[in-house]
Design a binder for this molecule. Structure first.
Ligand code: BGC
Length: 739
């Protein structure tokens, strides 16, 4: 359709039809009965009449080519203007082929891999009838207590911005009409990751400066990459819920960021402004949401219950409605739905493409790239002659996909045991669960949908433990797959104690008593307090929730067929009291420079160090690298000039290895306080033993910019430092000047 035809269509629509375009319900509420789509109880509660349902503009959660084609046919037949329905779904780290959770993807420091994953996810979703995914989530995260840190690529604005762009490009391809392209939705606008005390759905209070500088960049790059939708956040921002925040949605999102796509509310977020105490009733919520430019209201009924009256009474101008509906129709048009309302839905292709070998291969590769080796005292890779006991509940658990993998099927995942049985054939290996995945009194246990776990009695637990202890005594090396349950991170899964579940730690301690040669394979969706493991385990391999091919990828790395090279995308705190802890914090007037600092009146704790247990950017490999001093080609640059910073990196170990060398910049003196350092570049290098290579980084004026007091991005003349090293704790720097 041409834009003119879209306008003509809009002109033909009644107010009621338009409002229906702006309403989205969960697909499971649309049920088939005697050939009709009918209203179920919950929909009636949302204020809908049976006759209205076929006219609804979109739904979330329905999948399957056959089912969606049937629904679409009915929607089209029922609609007086033949407007196709939009089918949306949360496709986060994969559709059916599940990739590592986004936090794990952040650890690859390779946005191009996330683009690959998003492309595959789009393909699998598209053939299943999906038009739009509610991804990527690009919220900056600094607080490990928040359950949704697993959905983010981490704490660095610059790196997140790159992942955001890559994922949007992966989902959408060059053009939404193209085969296997689906619409991407940047979420949650804005700053959902900054909920106070890491508690879900909590308040966000941020200075405008920090909001702009740290939080906005990842939304901005996703929008610049052409994201078709943006989703509002549940939280308030400085007192106003995002979904009715006119400043945020109109002035910032539409005007400054130039977003002209569809703005959708988060689930029931418009209605929840009443609970926030910010709107008196649905009428006020509808008025404020549409005035803020929210085009689709998901799962609350402010628009369907109130907009018509508000327009009739001239409280809301019909022009606002037209603007929103035009954007929705344009989205449908860009997806090519007016010409082909079924888009790529295809039963045959579902069979051919979903979970195909090629997709699994990528899942295995990306999972291995996401693993972060936190510690290794010469125990990994596992040596051929060693007798290995795998002990821990994740040894044969299929629940390794993370909490947002609704379509992923546990039956498709490869467990560690399955992978080891084939990769270590003929070697001396044994497998033991050791303890239950969770206990019935664990607070999250009630959410378990279909965990294959049955609850154990104390006696059964004891028997498991004894069998594991015996195996550990007989083994040379114990590999312990332990960690958080996938039910402990994700939406509504905030934790105040960021520890490994007691049952798993207890198992670790019991095994440690009889065999100290322990390699921990750690599953988790957030940074955890790892002090005890760091002290006692010989090696720790962080594997997050690795997805469908998790077991194979883990064995690849444990056996050295692949070299671990992931880097932490979020600082791992020393303990929970240090949270939020992030490397790019602002400078203080009384910095604490080290344990030997004698001055009592310094910015520090009495009882713990300032440094996190593992810093952002940290991750080992199976060899050791040496990075030389930095040399600069000059020490002064103008705005149009660049400086080249060079280091030499040498593999001084005995194995080949891949390292991610990172460049950080500090603005030493400026009109407002700046972070102690900020990531501005990285390069990956693969080196054979004893091989040495020079790496050069170009510093541009753009790398020196920040949000100035007038809220524009710019740089200021003066002194800067450049740091180049293996993680964000790098100390060595060279100074230069912008003149
Ligand atoms: C989440 C969103 C998600 C939506 C639809 C909400 O609870 O916050 O991220 O896209 O549900 O499933």
């Amino acid at each position: 359709m041409t834009e003119k035809q879209v306008r003509e269509l809009l002109n033909k629509m009644t107010v009621k039809e338009k409002i229906n375009q702006m309403f989205q319900v969960s697909g499971h509420l649309l049920e088939e009965e005697k050939g009709d789509i009918v209203v179920t109880g919950p929909l009636e509660e949302l204020g809908l009449k049976k006759t209205e349902i076929p006219l609804i503009g979109s739904s979330l959660g329905l999948i399957g080519a056959k089912k969606i084609k049937e629904y679409q046919k009915k929607f089209m037949e029922a609609h007086p203007n033949k407007i196709p329905h939009l089918f949306m779904l949360d496709v986060i780290n994969g559709f059916r082929t599940i990739f590592p959770i986004p936090l794990g993807q952040g650890a690859t420091f390779a946005p191009e891999l996330s683009k690959k994953c998003a492309k595959i996810a789009a393909k699998e979703s598209a053939v299943s009838g999906i038009h739009v995914t509610f991804a990527p989530m690009v919220d900056l995260v600094r607080d490990a207590r928040w359950g949704r840190v697993m959905e983010s690529t981490g704490e660095d604005p610059w790196l997140n911005a790159q992942f955001s762009k890559a994922m949007v490009e992966g989902f959408q391809g060059d053009c939404l009409k193209d085969e296997y392209s689906i619409g991407a939705c940047i979420k949650h606008f804005a700053a959902y990751g900054a909920v106070e005390s890491g508690k879900e759905y909590n308040t966000v209070e941020l200075s405008e400066h920090t909001l702009r500088e740290a939080y906005f960049p990842s939304y901005q790059t996703g929008i610049e990459a052409g994201a078709a939708l943006v989703m509002t956040a549940f939280n308030t921002i400085n007192g106003v819920p995002a979904s009715v925040n006119k400043w945020l949605m109109k002035d910032i999102l539409r005007e400054e960021m130039g977003f002209d796509g569809v703005l959708i509310s988060d689930y029931a977020a418009v209605g929840e402004t009443i609970a926030h105490g910010c709107c008196a009733d649905m009428e006020e919520a509808a008025k404020r949401a549409i005035e803020s430019g929210v085009d689709i209201e998901m799962m609350s009924n402010a628009y369907v219950s109130s907009l018509e009256t508000l327009i009739e009474n001239d409280i809301v101008p019909e022009d606002l409605l037209n603007e929103s509906v035009y954007r929705i129709l344009q989205l449908k048009n860009k997806l090519g739905l007016f010409e082909n309302p079924y888009k790529d839905a295809d039963e045959q292709k579902e069979k051919e493409l979903i979970l195909c070998e090629e997709h699994r291969k990528v899942a295995r590769e990306v999972a291995a790239e996401s693993f972060v080796l936190l510690k290794n005292e010469d125990i990994l890779p596992l040596k051929e002659e060693k007798k290995v006991a795998f002990i821990g509940p994740y040894t044969s658990s299929h629940s390794i996909m993370g909490s947002w993998s609704f379509i992923g099927d546990v039956k498709d995942t490869i467990t560690i045991k399955e992978a080891a049985k084939s990769a270590m054939k003929g070697r001396n290996v044994s497998f033991h669960k050791g303890c239950p995945m969770y206990r019935v009194d664990d607070s999250f246990a009630q959410f378990s949908p279909n965990e294959q776990e049955s609850v154990m009695t104390k006696k059964e637990e004891e028997a498991l433990l004894q069998q594991a202890i015996q195996a550990a005594k007989e083994a040379d090396v114990v590999v312990m797959p332990i960690g958080e349950s996938y039910l402990q991170s994700g939406e509504s899964m905030s934790r105040a104690m960021i520890e490994i579940p007691e049952a798993h730690m207890n198992l670790f301690r019991e095994i440690y008593k009889v065999n100290e040669n322990i390699v921990v394979v750690l599953f988790n969706g957030r940074p955890l307090d790892l002090r005890e493991l760091k002290e006692k385990a010989k090696a720790i391999l962080e594997v997050w929730f690795p997805g469908t091919e998790g077991g194979n990828a883990i064995l690849d790395v444990l056996l050295g067929k692949r070299i671990p090279s992931g880097k932490l995308p979020m600082s791992f705190p020393y303990c929970v009291g240090q949270v939020p802890v992030y490397y790019n914090h602002y400078t203080t007037g009384r910095p604490f420079t080290g344990a030997d600092h004698e001055d009592r009146y310094r910015s520090k704790y009495l009882d713990i160090p300032n440094e996190p247990l593992y810093p952002f950017g940290y991750g080992l490999t199976y060899t050791t690298f040496q990075v030389s001093d930095i040399s600069l080609d000059k020490t002064e640059m103008t705005k149009d000039d660049t400086i080249t910073a060079t280091v030499s990196i040498k593999n001084i170990g005995n194995m080949a290895g891949k390292e991610t060398i990172q460049m950080y910049i500090q603005d030493v003196s400026s009109s407002i306080v700046r972070p102690v350092k900020e990531l501005r570049g990285y390069q990956k290098v693969m080196l054979q033993p004893k091989e040495e290579r020079e790496l050069s980084f170009t510093i541009k004026e753009e790398d020196l910019r920040f949000v100035l007091p007038d809220h524009t991005w710019g740089s200021e003349k003066g002194k800067f430092r450049v740091f180049i090293g293996q993680d964000s704790s790098v100390k060595a720097y060279k100074e230069f000047y912008l003149i």
